[in-house]
Design a protein around this ligand. Structure first.
Ligand SMILES: Cc1c2[nH]c(c1CCC(=O)O)Cc1[nH]c(c(CCC(=O)O)c1C)Cc1[nH]c(c(CCC(=O)O)c1C)Cc1[nH]c(c(C)c1CCC(=O)O)C2
Length: 365
């Protein structure tokens, strides 16, 4: 089986056959590259008609256990956009389900947990994850690494806080009140919960890295609900456990609404700090000096008029130059209603940077 790409993969995403030497991997290691590599969180998924067609009649979490589907869905945005990295198609709750947690992903809602964890006894739902629990992950990553050739595959896991929030609340939550109540009223149960979830996420990443993923991203999507002090005390040590466990590949640590404690996110053991759209990258570069940054186009702005999107991309490219290295991305995931052609134009605009610089000094920087 071979994949055909709309764009020549040897010219756009990388110039070498080794994904560890790709533009993305070099930027993730902190090298200044001729242009920022570009990929998008949630680049696979409902914004793509080819995804919706393939997923018809197959529940989300079932699709994640079918290596043929995982491979195809992961490759779809790579083919369509010529992005510089693929992100593994799965979900943060896949390893929870694999250890027996009764969790499902409800369309339009998100993860829903049948028996929320509120007491020490509820922790019995969380046993360690063994590689044999997720043979389909190993198989899909290996297939993808073969198909992708020089293009790096990013593996991922949910960070302990974000996963714990779903487990404690029983589903998506605006205010995370049950989570915060548990954290503060029963810190012993909280820390045991986060240790168990951290071990599960670490094991999930380990399967992906051993199967050939070139980098990993830890998603702490809801950490922005916390104060810096609570993050430092109740969450950071557990996220650090996950990041410290990763063998020899760059680690991206991403949160939403975490600008106020970006240095803590960096200190948890990230090689690259993901930044949402609230904080300009030049300001982020001052907050986490020396760290490569990833981000940070507001996904909602992709719906604005074309000149607005172009101006925003230029602004982010310029601000990203203040970091030692910049990986262009959105500030959070692609929204389901996003027009794929808009994303295609963003990729073109970012990938044109190197070309115009090679031809002469940039006019707009
Ligand atoms: C919080 C979170 C989840 N899952 C994830 C996060 C962290 C990233 C973030 O903050 O966006 C991570 C995730 N989920 C998915 C990916 C795939 C890779 C990619 O980024 O392209 C990744 C990296 C596929 C998915 N995960 C999900 C979909 C949509 C499923 C569908 O087709 O209905 C996809 C493609 C489902 C899901 N799973 C989750 C949510 C909130 C949802 C959306 C629910 C909805 O609005 O329908 C939990």
């Amino acid at each position: 089986m071979t994949v055909t790409f709309d764009d020549d993969p040897s010219s756009s995403p990388s110039t070498t056959a080794d994904p560890a030497q790709s533009l993305f991997a070099r930027a993730a290691r902190g090298e200044r590259t001729s242009r920022p590599p570009v990929w998008f969180m949630r680049q696979a998924g409902r914004s793509l008609p080819e995804y919706r067609r393939l997923r018809e009649g197959v529940p989300m979490l079932e699709s994640c256990t079918r290596p043929d589907m995982v491979t195809e869905i992961t490759l779809q945005p790579v083919r369509r956009y010529g992005v510089d990295a693929a992100i593994f198609y799965s979900d943060i709750v896949v390893p929870l389900r694999a250890v027996g947690v009764d969790v499902d992903v409800k369309p339009g809602v998100g993860p829903v947990v049948a028996h929320p964890i509120r007491t020490g006894a509820d922790l019995d739902q969380l046993r360690p994850l063994e590689p044999d629990d997720v043979p389909y992950i190993d198989e899909a990553v290996r297939a993808l690494v073969g198909e992708l050739g020089p293009i790096p595959l990013i593996g991922f896991a949910g960070a302990p806080f974000t996963l714990a929030s779903y487990l404690v609340e029983g589903g998506p939550s605006k205010h995370h009140e049950a989570t915060k109540a548990l954290m503060h009223s029963h810190p012993d149960v909280w820390h045991e919960l986060l240790s168990r979830v951290a071990a599960i996420s670490a094991a999930f990443l380990d399967v992906q890295v051993r199967a050939g993923a070139s980098a990993v991203q830890l998603f702490d999507s809801w950490a922005g609900a916390l104060s810096a002090a609570d993050y430092a005390k109740f969450v950071l040590p557990h996220s650090a456990t996950v990041l410290d466990s990763v063998l020899d590949v760059p680690r991206i640590h991403f949160g939403v609404g975490t600008s106020e404690f970006l240095p803590l996110m960096a200190s948890a053991g990230a090689d690259v700090v993901g930044v949402d759209w609230r904080l300009p990258l030049d300001e982020a570069a001052l907050r986490v000096p020396g760290k490569p940054l990833q981000g940070n186009l507001d996904p909602a702005i992709l719906g604005a008029d074309r000149p607005v999107v172009e101006r925003e991309v230029d602004r982010i490219l310029a601000e990203g130059r203040r970091a030692p290295a910049h990986i262009f991305n959105l500030g959070h995931g692609v929204l389901p209603g996003t027009d794929p052609d808009v994303l295609a134009r963003v990729v073109e605009q970012v990938q044109a940077v190197g070309a115009s610089e090679a031809a002469g000094p940039p006019g707009s920087a």
